[in-house]
Structure formats: structure tokens, C-alpha cells
Ligand binder design. Structure first.
Ligand SMILES: Cc1ncc(C[n+]2csc(CCOP(=O)(O)OP(=O)(O)O)c2C)c(N)n1
Length: 379
């Protein structure tokens, strides 16, 4: 179904505020919202995480008496559970919103390991939360959708949240937004330069999404092993805490966290924790493409966030930035001068985009875990 139908039907019913975190299964809806409303408007705000998006819906309802729409990948349900159970639930404030949930890992379909468990429990999670749901798939017609939404609307009117669970390919859009920015360096090129600059004993923790897939392919191309890298799948926004956990236990070893701007924003409270603990030889690289590129390119919530100032204020010992191959190589050289004093944040501004033929790691998460742990203990 075209996402424009969904948005029109909802607007006609009075739902005119949309917020959430993008998902590849919801790309049609995200493109539609971006095409119609842009971001950071009275109708549409990209949130930093799914719990925050539920909070926005709560505030919107309190101010207008109208439910809002909150979109998310099903992995975001974890972030949303707390406000759904302790704020929105009818036994607390009874604040309705319509969740639109992309169903990664749907049982019976093939998906990546990080989506399997979440896919299995998605409908059960909604049931446990007392949230009625309807499924939207590629066969859903406008008529069927109107019927399903009509039923969900009854719950919304009664002060309850309700959900549309969206299968792969169910929503398309006629909008083809241009998510490009003005930076030229590709994220994969930046990753190549970063990996080439690292020492033999260094450990990498990389964020969920295409960056980790690119790192895997770069190592393959160079005939290298994958045992220096923890390629975080899932757990968006937590790579820097995984890296800090390692740094605390491995003082003296250089730990690189290769992060994304969307991921940093999702759990930005990590920055002051890292700043406070102040591990030496901890390099936090943030690939800043201004977008959730991995899931379709929707801009991140922050607009012109100055990550360097954030890191400075959080107590990082040094901040660096780069936006080209030359400036990245120069920044990497200067890390050695400051890293002994504490964590360094290196912001790398990159273009929004990736190779069309980018693959996925051919090793399993557990193989990744075992190889990395072996490398750490033997060296
Ligand atoms: C909790 C959670 N919400 C949403 C997603 C879907 N998701 C996967 S990657 C990604 C975008 C990551 O953006 P960023 O960190 O900026 O990296 P980029 O893809 O731009 O390189 C999103 C939203 C997820 N995996 N987990």
C-alpha cells in the first residue's frame, strides 16, 4: 500500500503528529513523512530513540487531546517499553498513541541473527503490554486498512495505545527524497583509513549498521582476520559502552569505538560516563553523515549538533574532526599526542550513502565473540 494512503487516513481521523526512529521496513512511511513534512516540523519530528518518541506522543496528546503516531523498528520496542507501561498505560495516565512497528525477524522469514529473537516476541510483547495490534502486509488493500484502523481507533478513543505491525514490503512511497549532504568522503573509505592506522594490539568495537558490514568486507579484502573487531549487531547506541567495558578491564590497550551519529544520539548519556571514567587510549570515532543511512537515509534528530562540543563538555580529553581523506589522516596522527590524557572523540564527516553490493558478515556473532576473546587473551 502507498504510505500516502496511511498518512491521509490518519490525518482525516485527526492524527497529524508523527514521530519515531526510522526503520528499513518503514522506509516508505519515512520517505512519505519526510517528503510531506520534512523533519523537525509541527507535524514530524525524528526522535533520538523510541522511548523519547513515545514521550513526544504523550506530550502531544496532553496538549491537544489527539493521539499521535510513533514509528519504530521492532528492536525499538525495548526502548519504548518503559514509557508505554509506566506512562501511557490506562492504569497510569491513559495516554493513547498509534505505534507503527516494522516487523524485522518475522517468524518464517530469513533475517539477521539480531532480529530473530525480537521478531519472535514482537506480537507477544504487544500482548503483554495490553496493546491491540493489526498487521499490515503487502496484500493489505486500502479498504482492509481502513477497516483495521477503524478498529484500532476505538482503542485510541478509549485512551489506549494500539499498534500496526508492518511486514516487509507493505508500505511504499512515491517520494524519492534526496538525503545527500555536502561531504564527499564515503564512510567505507573513512573506515579503510581508520583500520589501516591501527596498531596490532588495538581492539575495535563498531556500531550496528552498514559501518560494521563495511569493516567486515575491508578485513576480507585485505586478507586479514576479524579477531580484532567486535562488530556489534543490534543494540543500537550501546557500542561505546561495550568499548568502555573493555577499556576498564584492559587498561593500556587502545580501544577504538567506531560509532554512528544516529547511534550516539540514541543513548547520548554514554558520553559523560566515558568522560568521567576517562580511559586513556580510548578513541571514539563518530561517523557523522547526519543521517540514519543504514535504514534508508532519514536525517538524525539533531540537525546541526556539535558533537565535538558535546564531547568536550562531557569530559573527553581531546576532540578532533575530519571531513576528507587528508584531514582524517592528519587527525589520526595527532591522536597519539592526546590519547594518554583520556578519551578522544574524532568526528568524521562523511557522505550519506553506501555501496549497493555491500554484503553482510559471513561469520556468526558467536564466532565473532570467540575470535575476539581469543585475540584479547593471547595478546
Ligand atoms: C533500538 C533500535 N532502533 C532502530 C534500529 C534500526 N536502525 C539500524 S541502523 C539505524 C541507523 C543508524 O544510524 P547511524 O548510527 O547514524 O549510522 P549510519 O547508518 O548513518 O551509518 C537504525 C535506525 C535499531 N537497530 N535499533
Amino acid at each position: 500500500m502507498n504510505a500516502s494512503i496511511l498518512v491521509d487516513v490518519l490525518m482525516d481521523s485527526g492524527i497529524d503528529f508523527f514521530t519515531g526512529v526510522p526503520d528499513s521496513f518503514l522506509k516508505g512511511l519515512c520517505d512519505e513523512l519526510y517528503g510531506r513534512f520534512g523533519t523537525e516540523s509541527v507535524h514530524h519530528i525524528v526522535a533520538h530513540n523510541e522511548g523519547g518518541a513515545v514521550g513526544l506522543c504523550a506530550g502531544h496528546y496532553l496538549a491537544t487531546g489527539k493521539p499521535a503516531l510513533c514509528y519504530m523498528q521492532n528492536s525499538g520496542l525495548g526502548n519504548a517499553v518503559n514509557p508505554l507501561a509506566s506512562l501511557m498505560d490506562p492504569r497510569v495516565y491513559g495516554l493513547p498513541c498509534l505505534l507503527v512497528v516494522g516487523w524485522r525477524g518475522e517468524p518464517g522469514t530469513k533475517d539477521e541473527p539480531q532480529h530473530v529473537m525480537q521478531g519472535e516476541i514482537t506480537l507477544g510483547q504487544l500482548d503483554l503490554l495490553g496493546i491491540p495490534w493489526k498487521i499490515l502486509d503487502s496484500d493489505t488493500t486500502e479498504k482492509q486498512f481502513r477497516n483495521d484502523f477503524g478498529e484500532l481507533e476505538k482503542y485510541l478513543s478509549a485512551g489506549k495505545c494500539a499498534a500496526l505491525v508492518v511486514k516487509k514490503g507493505a508500505l511504499v512511497s512515491s517520494f524519492r527524497p534526496d538525503y545527500s549532504n555536502h561531504y564527499a568522503m564515503r564512510r567505507e573509505k573513512a573506515a579503510e583509513i581508520l583500520l589501516a592506522s591501527m596498531g596490532e594490539q588495538d581492539v575495535v568495537v563498531s556500531t550496528t549498521g552498514k559501518l560494521s558490514r563495511e569493516i567486515f568486507e575491508i578485513r576480507e579484502r585485505n586478507g586479514g582476520l576479524h579477531d580484532h573487531d567486535f562488530l556489534t549487531v543490534g543494540s543500537m547506541g550501546h557500542a561505546s559502552m561495550i568499548a568502555l567495558g573493555m577499556a576498564e578491564a584492559l587498561p593500556g590497550r587502545r580501544i577504538w569505538c567506531l560509532d554512528g551519529d544516529g547511534a550516539v544520539l540514541m543513548h547520548m548519556g554514554a558520553l559523560p560516563v566515558i568522560g568521567k571514567r576517562s580511559p586513556a587510549r580510548f578513541v571514539h570515532v563518530v561517523i557523522n553523515n547526519g543521517a540514519h543511512e543504514t535504514v534508508g537515509g532519514m536525517p538524525v534528530c539533531s540537525g546541526g549538533l556539535n558533537l565535538r562540543k558535546e564531547a568536550e563538555a562531557a569530559g573527553y580529553a581531546g576532540v578532533l574532526s575530519a571531513d576528507s581523506e587528508e584531514t582524517l589522516k592528519a587527525a589520526l596522527k595527532s591522536i597519539t599526542d592526546i590519547e594518554a590524557n583520556g578519551p578522544v572523540l574524532l568526528e568524521v564527516c562523511c557522505a550519506c550513502g553506501a555501496r549497493g553490493d555491500l554484503g553482510r558478515p559471513s561469520t556468526t556473532p558467536k564466532e565473532n565473540r570467540d575470535a575476539l576473546m581469543k585475540f584479547i587473551t593471547k595478546s
